[in-house]
Ligand binder design. Structure first.
Ligand code: PLP
Length: 488
């Protein structure tokens, strides 16, 4: 195995600083509005960070979806897009990238990741109660599976639920439990096994190739297909190189090829995987391609554009090749590790080991005085926006959906995710985030709970509205003024 160039750069002072291996050539001005305006914005947006206007947001750490910085190569590729309803050259360039990077023969383009989930659920969940075993759910994947009458079972090892851990692969799928579930449920009731690269909702935690090989062996034994959610595949591959001794000297291309080679179907959100927009479903199995093919024109668009603009298709193709560049992929995980380590060193409880896509604060511990019925992670997200202008995302019980009887299902983990999109923030901005979070953690007793005032039936976390259960935001502002004076 071979690989190009080392990524680590040592500093003479001995400090471990993640050094940017890119330069900034286009910038966007940011505003940091006063804390009083931030409070108004919270009331206007129902204390839900999804509903804030970016006019009021300083650092947008909501997500890395569609917010990674694009490269000069991606932007320039957009200029030579071939506008055509059918047979566009842009599609053929993307198809070549899929063959070369993801090593799959067939590609079905879709407008984003959840569109792929919709098509897969529609095609394969044939009867009520069909079961999809997976390492862990993602919100949109779960919503589509249940929408078509399916169920899921999450099969992580116990260590994955241990928020502070040194286990390198908390996203591993529990193969012993997988076999038990298959025997109990019956192969005929399991349309596929879903593996999510860099398992999002447990803190962006990867699985190992050894684990995936073991899952493949069971899938082969029982004749069940493996579907890989590759939205965060690049980061999972990077952490395999960092943490799995067998792959220490492997290249990104080799590791990505092994992971997709172990899967029957690969789908992705290109908003994440290739720092562009769009998504795709890929396979090398013509039978599978045929099973899915007709659903693309039905839900998305013709097979050579899939609801995506041709300009985005061009940037997706270039972005896929750039996924193989370790200096590009490493930037976000290395910044995240820096942020997590700084916060941990200052007493803020974080998900460890540091994962990908964002730093995850353990809201259950920071807000241990707030019961889960009052949404500790949502409360922390609102409080952090108030004191910093930084917008994170609640990944806890608000992000869960109610069960069939309408009861709350409380999340295993109450997390505040501070996303670090690729090549977007500078290190001083990351230091600002750490500074304000350290202050908030030291004043955590001032944070109070939230309650719903408007609760949509599906994916409630996107548009739901909440309000504080007391005047805690006003008390938090008073303490902020005491400590920071007239600083923004
Ligand atoms: C792991 C994972 N799968 C699927 C999706 C859905 O993708 P999209 O937002 O493009 O619909 C996401 C989005 O964040 C994701 O993180």
């Amino acid at each position: 195995m071979s690989k190009e160039g080392p990524v680590k750069i040592k500093f003479y002072c001995g400090e471990n600083i993640p050094l940017e291996l890119h330069k900034v050539r286009i910038v966007q001005k940011l505003n940091l509005v006063p804390i009083e305006r931030r409070l108004e914005a919270l009331y206007e947006g129902g204390f839900n960070t999804f509903r804030l206007s970016t006019r009021d947001v300083f650092l947008d750490m909501l997500t890395d979806s569609g917010t990674n910085a694009m490269s000069d190569m991606q932007l320039s590729a957009m200029m030579h897009a071939d506008d055509a309803y059918a047979g566009s050259q842009s599609f053929f360039r993307l198809h070549t990238a899929v063959k070369e990077v993801l090593k799959k023969e067939y590609l079905l383009p879709v407008h984003q990741g959840r569109a792929a989930e919709n098509i897969l659920a529609k095609a394969y969940i044939k009867k009520k109660g069909d079961l999809i075993p997976m390492n862990y759910h993602f919100t949109t994947a779960l919503a589509h599976i249940t929408q078509y009458g399916g169920r899921i079972v999450e099969l992580l090892y116990d260590e994955a639920y241990n928020i502070q851990s040194s286990h390198p692969f908390k996203g591993n799928l529990n193969v012993e439990k997988l076999e038990e579930v298959i025997k109990e449920t019956g192969v005929e009731n399991i349309p596929f096994i879903r593996m999510e690269a860099s398992t999002n909702l447990i803190g962006g935690q990867p699985f190992s190739i050894a684990n995936m090989r073991a899952v493949r062996a069971i899938a082969d034994k029982y004749g069940i297909r493996i579907v890989l959610d590759a939205s965060l595949l690049g980061e999972n591959a990077y952490l395999v190189i960092q943490r799995e001794p067998e792959f220490r000297d492997a290249s990104m291309a080799e590791v990505i090829g092994i992971m997709t080679g172990l899967s029957d179907i690969v789908y992705f959100s290109a908003r994440k995987l290739s720092s562009s927009r769009g998504g795709g479903i890929c396979t090398s199995d013509l039978k599978i391609y045929r099973e899915l093919e007709s659903l693309v024109p039905l839900f998305e668009g013709f097979l050579t554009y899939g609801g995506i603009s041709v300009r985005e298709i061009e940037s997706m193709a270039v972005g896929l090749y750039e996924t193989l560049d370790e200096t590009m992929i490493s930037q976000s995980p290395d910044f995240i590790a820096y942020l997590v380590n700084t916060l941990m060193a200052n007493g803020v409880p974080m998900v460890t080991p540091p994962g990908v896509l964002g730093a995850h604060v353990n809201a259950m511990q920071v807000c241990s005085h707030i019961p889960q019925t009052q949404y500790p992670a949502g409360s922390l997200a609102a409080a952090f926006f108030l004191v910093s202008g930084v917008r994170g995302m609640e990944r806890g019980s608000i992000s869960n959906q109610r069960d069939e009887e309408g009861n709350e299902t409380y999340a295993d983990m109450e997390l505040l995710r501070l996303a670090v999109p690729r090549r977007v923030f500078t290190l001083s901005q990351i230091k600002y985030v750490a500074d304000r979070m350290i202050w908030l953690n030291e004043n955590r007793h001032l944070i109070g709970g939230l309650r719903f005032i408007y609760e949509p039936a599906v994916l409630r976390f996107f548009m739901g509205g909440l309000e504080p259960v007391s005047d805690w935001p006003q008390k938090l502002i008073a303490k902020f003024k005491e400590d920071f004076g007239d600083s923004l």
